[in-house]
Design a protein around this ligand. Structure first.
Ligand code: ADP
Ligand code: MG
Length: 258
């Protein structure tokens, strides 16, 4: 792979859901590239197809038009090179401990021995600050702690890209902010590549280095924007994105009423 070649390329991707009554177009001809080390954000209002796009990158949904390539290879199915972290608190196996939850996939998908898997699991459990809870079960943990375990489990697989779908949306505001800071601190350490879905403009600016703005249903690319760490610039950018997303464009409905 040459340096300029993107890690992930999404080209002209249209995704539809067929239900018995309807054909729903979730995303329409979406293009974007994610490079090694990017914190790439999919941002847009609820229902614009962010999760759909991410599941397609994960290999769980096949586009009806366009293609998705990871390191030049067409994505056809799920694989350990793409690990997903979800919003839900119940993504851990309740009967396994924190360490076992992280080690489990390392044994099954990466075929590490139990000892190797547990050693690597502990490394990542420590990275997310849960060493004291390594032998606890998920029901003993707060929501934020469970999310840390899910992140540790994803990172322990050392995927090419970590897929995070609104991972902090169900957390209280303070915990959410702390988790955002922790994620950035982890990124500073390892420069992993993440495709991060959110509908929060502030979260997008804080977490991302690049932001793909999607229009409401069906999701199309509205803009691709570089984020900023400068607080004044960030406030300006937040306002600009808000305007781009929510200031009404004359649509058909309005035209009808005119
Ligand atoms: P977002 O994550 O941006 O909120 P989604 O990707 O979940 O949006 O959904 C995009 C659109 O696709 C929505 O209109 C949603 O109702 C529809 N959709 C999502 N999943 C399904 C499904 N399994 N079957 C039918 N329609 C779906
Ligand atoms: Mg979603």
């Amino acid at each position: 792979m040459t340096h300029s070649e993107p890690l992930l390329s999404v080209r002209g991707v249209t995704i539809q859901y067929k239900t018995p009554q309807h054909l729903i177009t979730a995303t329409y001809r979406v293009d974007f590239d994610v490079h090694q080390g990017d914190r790439f954000i999919l941002l847009g209002p609820s229902g614009c197809g962010k999760s759909t796009l991410q599941k397609a990158v994960g290999g769980y949904i096949t586009p009806c038009e366009g293609e998705i390539r990871l390191k030049g290879q067409k994505v056809k199915e799920p694989g350990p090179d793409r690990m997903m972290v979800f919003q839900e608190f119940d993504q851990l196996l309740p009967w396994k401990t924190v360490k076992q939850n992280v080690a489990f996939a390392l044994q099954t998908a990466k075929r590490l021995s139990r000892a190797e898997a547990e050693e690597r699991a502990m490394h990542y459990v420590c990275k997310v600050g849960l060493e004291k809870f390594a032998n606890s079960h998920p029901h003993m943990l707060s929501g934020g702690m469970k999310q840390r375990v899910a992140i540790a489990r994803g990172m322990a697989m050392e995927p090419d890209i970590l897929l995070m779908d609104e991972p902090f949306a169900a957390l209280d505001a303070l915990t959410r902010r702390r988790m955002q800071d922790e994620l950035l601190a982890l990124w500073e350490e390892t420069h992993f590549t993440v495709l991060f879905v959110t509908h929060s403009i502030a979260e997008a600016i804080k977490i991302g280095n690049r932001i793909l703005l999607l229009s409401p249903h069906p999701g199309r690319v509205k803009a691709e924007i570089n984020s900023t760490t400068d607080p004044i610039e960030a406030a300006r950018l937040e306002k600009r994105i808000h305007e781009m997303l929510f200031v009404n464009e004359p649509d058909e409905e309005e035209a009808e009423h005119a």
